[in-house]
Design a protein around this ligand. Sequence first.
Ligand SMILES: Nc1ncnc2c1ncn2[C@@H]1O[C@H](COP(=O)(O)OP(=O)(O)O)[C@@H](O)[C@H]1O
Ligand SMILES: [Mg+2]
Length: 298
Amino acid sequence: MPKPELSASDKPCELKLPEAQPVEAGLPLVVDFKNVTKTFGVGTSNAFTAVKDVTFAVEDLPGIGEFIGILGPSGCGKSTVLRLIAGLAPHYPATSGTVLVHGKPVVKPGPDRGFVFQDYANFPHLTVLRNVAFGLECAGVSEKERIERAKEWIGKVGLDPVRDAGKYPHQLSGGMQQRVAIARTLIMHPRIILMDEPFGALDPTTRHRMQDLLVSLWRELEATVFFITHDVPEAVYLGDRVFIFSASPGTVAHQLVVAPPDRPAEEMQSEPVFLESVREVRGMLGRLEEKAVEGKGD
Ligand SMILES: Nc1ncnc2c1ncn2[C@@H]1O[C@H](COP(=O)(O)OP(=O)(O)O)[C@@H](O)[C@H]1O
Ligand SMILES: [Mg+2]
């Protein structure tokens, strides 16, 4: 078992030794990266290696999905890793190494993997209802059923199924637009949810509300979540595990096990023990950034 970088005793959000998890016989890993390298422009004078030798595994734990927070300096390849899982070009395919999802090589995007972007990515010409129902429409679900299910999901993400359903994205605040994007993704019940700085453009209060919402939906869906953020408290709060990437070319420099979010965001994130964990993670990130500036790599 890999040793975590930090350990502590009885703090509510400390970084501690991972508990041994029984590996169910025959259950493939949810995501398995082995020595994954991505070089853009291979064979040209502009060749650029974004991630190098990325190796990690996320087990399939029946009845619970793991929440992985991802931190790292800007440009270190965090989005590249998520897009390799999603099968999205030009990051996909990897130049070398293997990317397996549920035991099989990724060949293209699929409904088993939902993606939530920072910029909401809703269809501007569609109403909230049609945005949320879009995936079901593509999947050939009947109009009656998709309206019903979309209204249910509009409610689940904290919007009003009557008042908000007929609005267009430009009539909504940033937080509301991101709620629509989350509903649009989660209505398809993806087993893996990929989130690339989804709350990066939100104010702190809205952000805490969205974190609480995400925790409750994640528990309900039992999905595996990969969540990129620049916000250290957000990663430490939401994550079961936090991956810290080194600067470019990125690789997973640290994997930390942190306490799961079992209290509201605002409350837990103001506790001294939580703030201490955040300070330690910031220290690790800072050291990785310093190394990068010194040109030593990591
Ligand atoms: N299509 C591309 N062609 C060349 N370089 C790219 C391309 N996409 C991303 N990169 C580079 O790869 C590195 C990693 O990018 P990215 O995964 O977006 O980083 P992060 O999400 O950590 O900020 C960056 O230096 C970026 O400029
Ligand atoms: Mg990115």
